[in-house]
Design a protein around this ligand. Sequence first.
Ligand SMILES: [Zn+2]
Length: 666
Amino acid sequence: MTTQRSRKVLHIGAAYYPEHWKSEQWLSDIRLMQELGLSVVRMGEFAWSSLEPSKGNFQFEWLDQAINLLALHDIRTVLGTPTAAPPAWLVSEHPEILATNEEGRKVQFGNRCHYCVNSTAFHEATAKLVKAMAEHFGSNPNIIGWQIDNEFNRVCYCEHCQALFQEYLKEKYKSLDELNRRWTTAYWSQTYNDWSQIPIPIGPHNPALMLEWKRFVTRSYRKFQRMQIDLLRPHLREEVWITHNFMGWFDGFDHYEMSTDLDMASWDWYIGMGHNEPVFSSATHDLTRGFKKKNFWVMEIQPNTVNWAKINNPLYKGEARTMAWQAIGKGADAVLYWQWRSALNGQEQFHGTLVDQSGQPRPFFEEVKQIAKEFRELSSVFEYTQVESRVAILNDYESRWAISWQKHHRDFDYVALLLSYYRPLCQLNIPVDIISPDQSLEEYKLVLAPALTIVDEARIAHLKSFVDNGGHLVLGARTAVKNRDNAFHPLRPPAFLTHLTGAEVEDFYALNEEVPLQGNWFTGTARIWAERMKIIDPDSTLPVATYGVSNGWLDGQIAMTIHNHGSGLVYYAGAYLDDTAMFAYLKRVATNAGVQGLFEAPAGVQIYRRVRTYDKKEVFVIVNHTRMEQIVKLDNNTYDDHISGKRIAGQIRLSPYGVAVLTKTI
Ligand SMILES: [Zn+2]
């Protein structure tokens, strides 16, 4: 094992709530943390009533004491702002702080995130507390980062939010005539005569209204988050980062926009019932890394079990270790277990912990001890490394919302479709970034847009420029159907992109039975969705697949195309492919783009790579996500396995749930 000492790159930690315990009990907890090998704890994110027990009565000494005691045991702190848990005294004084639900009722105090994100009184109380915390804790050298709030998620339907929404629309559209025109409000006599008539959409409504409401929710959270960042930042040392802990594929707001003001993204990774699905989890890591296009943290992960699933089963022994290394391989620099110790009371009594209510380690503790040891000893191997990809999948919240509101087929799920494109690339161990369609595409050879249904001029120009520069672009079903008002383009799809595809969509069909598909490189079926394509530029466009006999409308018609555009190549896949066909299709697409997998690996083994940019040092993390021994064939180089301490050539044998961390032998 590498023993070289250096800057700590990999962190392992837990969420700790000293406010649940008498201070005399902290020392035994912290000694156990040190024994376990934790390097960081997150504290404070629900502690408002302990930090400010009554208005303006700030009580920070207890937290100073906890931070210092932890530091004495070589454990650093991530401090959360406690705004996810506004206290009873504040809610009593300002009942309007409580959010209003869809039925128009105030939500109940005491279940977290019970606030209206736009409440003036809440903003004022937050500003006072966060300012005081910034002034008091900002220069503390033992705090390495801050987390704003916790898992933003609530949507408020109060009159104040509605009024602000109307103001936002007025500012954007300037005139009601403009809004009425762009929203086609003549439909069902929705025409607005006054801004105050515009509702908050509840359930299905005008698509433009629904999209604007989502933008407004994003804007509201961003504003609230930004206020806290602006209060904190002037008091923090330069190297201290600010994050928010997102929740994977949750789509309550646009995560790219929310990440703009953060230094780093992080996410809370829970399996719930069952076991880790490595492909899905890899995609979620890639998604989170894409929010800032840089390394991230897993701010919460389950210590064996949760308390909220239908069956709160444990992970298999050894599974947590594979998950921890999967996260690191995908670009995480930290894994923090939620939580350290079972509180005696409170809503989450039965959630997994590292230490039980008696203060004694649970059996799972030993597994984390091994992970902590490995993280500590291998930290320097990962110094300055990050994931590098030549393939990007474009993920767009607006397109996702637009499709989810008008799925047209109950099984047409935006994320599932995106994952159907992701899965073959993952199986081929091809590194993939999942990014916003508005991010730079310069570093990519291959870009896939599974269902980029909303495009405007800027996006069209962006995609065109990528292909003009020789990029290979794959467009999936429902591409370029709508504009930023969630209105149809007055053209056949993919509107304004047909000069790139050389083909257009004549019609689309939701499928209640699978349709056979004959491809040039594969045979298979279309499921859920099928578009009937028409080639409009026959000189440089070829069909890639045609439909077999089915409903008559699709018989013998073109399902997929390929178009030469200068030095670039554009694919259009109008069919929602079965998994086998998709694998064959994308394998060929990747080969055409000159994109290769890292190593070939058997099913259930994933290979991740982090690269140190300045000298191109590569670190491979190989994780056997199966409970059987597996063998991975390597290339002609010899490698050092930093976990086993062995030198490897030819192949590597991985025990059940085995992990290897390889660098080329120098
Ligand atoms: Zn509200």
